[in-house]
Design a protein. Structure first.
Length: 224
């Protein structure tokens, strides 16, 4: 029989980090192992067998890891309040002597722990990708790869690593707050999760489509 010590302060945060499946340490450890082991195995195997400056397994692992992390975070954050509403326990939370800001902050505590755990796998993928760029940096800077931008600092491995680490620190938390905000509006957890994923896809896809369109228009004017 598991005995939980009752909290003196932050009762909502205590519930999120001890009683919820994706907030307690044992479950977070399982998530870390399930995600970290494939990243390590595939990346190390690619490191041992591949010999080119663009290792597809490392890139695929990095993209797939980002996809899983964003999916897990959006699903978890979007159901923080929509799940309480569907279980008809939101009124109980609102009756507690906590301000709205404090209630949201404590509910977010479990999501923040989940983000920290998932960031380990993201940073592992970034470390392997950065190593490849250091290992083959001379070959990657050839003009045939980057249209004559040989030696450009934009493609330096340290620049890549800095941008990748900043992305790991910023984007998961932005995703969590976006999904949490959508979950505050939606009444159904399933609907909140779907709307969160759609919003994230639009958030990532619309700028990429806009850049592709601008590049197409720019190249058309250049040809003229």
């Amino acid at each position: 029989m598991v005995v939980y010590s009752l909290p003196e302060d932050d009762p909502v945060a205590w519930h999120e980090t001890t009683r919820k499946s994706l907030g307690s340490f044992p479950y977070l450890l399982r998530v870390l192992i399930l995600l970290e082991v494939p990243v390590l195995v595939i990346s190390v195997r690619a490191l041992a067998t591949a010999g080119n400056p663009f290792p597809k397994p490392v890139s695929v692992v990095q993209i797939f890891t980002w996809f899983l992390v964003i999916l897990i975070i959006s699903a978890r954050a979007s159901t923080l309040f929509s799940g309480e509403r569907s279980r008809q326990t939101l009124e109980i939370l609102l009756s507690t002597p906590l301000t709205t800001r404090e209630l949201v902050r404590q509910k977010y505590r479990g999501v923040n722990r989940l983000i920290l755990v998932l960031s380990v796998s993201l940073l592992t993928a970034v470390a392997f990708a950065t190593y490849w760029r250091f290992e083959f940096r001379d070959m990657m800077w050839q003009p045939r790869f980057y249209g004559g931008l040989r030696g450009s600092s934009n493609h330096h491995p340290l620049c890549y690593m800095t941008c990748a680490v900043l992305a790991v620190l910023i984007y998961p938390r932005m995703t969590a707050w976006l999904a949490l905000g959508i979950g505050l509006v939606c009444k159904s957890p399933a609907r909140a999760t779907i709307f969160s994923i759609v919003a994230i896809v639009a958030w990532c896809g619309i700028p990429a489509l806009l850049v592709a369109w601008l590049e197409t228009e720019y190249s058309m004017f250049q040809n003229e």
